[in-house]
Design a protein around this ligand. Sequence first.
Ligand SMILES: *[C@@H]1O[C@H](CO)[C@@H](O)[C@H](O)[C@H]1NC(C)=O
Ligand SMILES: *[C@@H]1O[C@H](CO)[C@@H](O)[C@H](O)[C@H]1NC(C)=O
Length: 523
Amino acid sequence: MSIGQTLLGALIVLFHILTDRFLEFILGWCLGPRRCVSTPRSVEQQVLLSKSAVDLAQQIRERKLKSYDIVKAYCERISIVNRELNAVVDGPFREALQQAQQIDINMAANAYSEQQLQELPFLGVPFTTKDSTAVAGKLQTMGLVARKQERANQDAEIVRLMKASGAIIIATSNVPELNKWMETRNMLIGGTNNPYDLRRSVGGSSGGEGALIAASCTAFGLGTDIGGSIRIPAFNCGIFGHKVTSCAINMAGCSFRTGKETDTMVVAGPMTRHAKDLRPIMNVLLEPSLRPVMKLDQPVDVKRLRYFYSPKIGIRWCNPINRETESVMVKVRQHFEALSGQQVRSVELPHSNIANKMWRYWMTQEPANFSLMLGNGVVLNPFVELFKKLLGKSNYTMAAVLALLDTVLPKESEALMRDATIKCKSYLQELLGDDGVLFFHSSPRTAPFHYYPLFKFLDFHYFSLFNVLRLPVTQVPMGLDSNGMPLGIQVIANHNNDRLCLAVAEELERAFGGWVPPFPLKL
Ligand SMILES: *[C@@H]1O[C@H](CO)[C@@H](O)[C@H](O)[C@H]1NC(C)=O
Ligand SMILES: *[C@@H]1O[C@H](CO)[C@@H](O)[C@H](O)[C@H]1NC(C)=O
């Protein structure tokens, strides 16, 4: 590298540090003192509401817990803390209590055969999903003022499957307009607040889910991810989220998808407080034809896997990795070096420094027409919308207007982007093979204040790169930083090797503690 380039690089880093500090200072000052979400009413509630979905299911089965008591506790918790989080669009649903009661009556009467119980792995366990995923009879606003009253008439396939596994839906949660931003805010519900610090962003687009799960308002949630929409909120809210291998889950009914789209970046996946919940939920959602390929239930020996890490993405306009984030990677490397007896090798992913452009190109290959959908059937003029926004007369957030403006900017070169994607993907697939795992930073820094991403938004490409590559990724919480905000890491494996990500996530949870409640504990 020449002296000129080195100097330019140093100036850019300085620019990032200064703007980051400046935004933290200004926004922090505007938003006032830090507050986190309230603690559950009693120690018993706290224990009940913190349990894993798998444990709840087991204890309902063993008749140690009643589904009614669990659903009631979560619904009450939602009613109390939604005032702080502003995360719910529709719910809590009254009929959820009736469904739970019926399950308890059936359990008491031994009405389920062994066979039936096996087909109902989540019998009586409450869950939530984002507003953009259809739940029959419930609101599906997509965060649009024009869709204020719109209800879905049919369950999305993932919701249908989850209900068929015995789980009970208790609410739907907030999203940015059409899921197209890395914060969760719209003009209908407003912005959703981070349980660890109500002034900070929950991320997006499954941000309502992130907040509800982290704050113990639901046993687990279902998200969707086209550019980090499961992993950004999972990271910001300190929980687990799994972006499944592309096309492994039927997307019918998720943000108006038909389920017939091929070669799309969007996938659905579980979001949970506990790593061990991810696999059984995936087992429910997975396309039957992929079961034999994915072998989710095949045991994984994490001591015998090969591990790699990539120190940075290389996009100039991303924040540099900060000290506390860096130390997460160091701890993870040390842990897996000790465990496997092998070096965790540093790798540089070819073309990751243009991940932003690759993602932007692949977004134009998606079936959705953003301008048309945002206008609810009317094509919007970005400049008119910007003008209206500046006059304070818009039905859209500034984020949506920016995303709209992006649609009229020059497009990326198709040939270059396809070529870069193929090169990056084949390098990584060859590297990982059938037993390799890559660690990648989730973000250069922890959850920013509300509105920060309007000024600096490229950091989310640490997530979007793996939508471009269509690979499975688990977002894993890794404790809190000095601001009390969740740290985390991404765990990546080869196509259909989701079970490796999940096994490593469980190992990380065992070693580093996983989810840390966002509220002060009653002991
Ligand atoms: C906002 O939406 C409402 C309800 O759909 C509509 O009546 C109003 O005209 C819209 N405002 C603007 C500025 O488009
Ligand atoms: C979206 O739909 C409108 C109206 O049909 C069309 O004019 C526009 O070109 C479409 N945009 C894209 C990106 O397909």
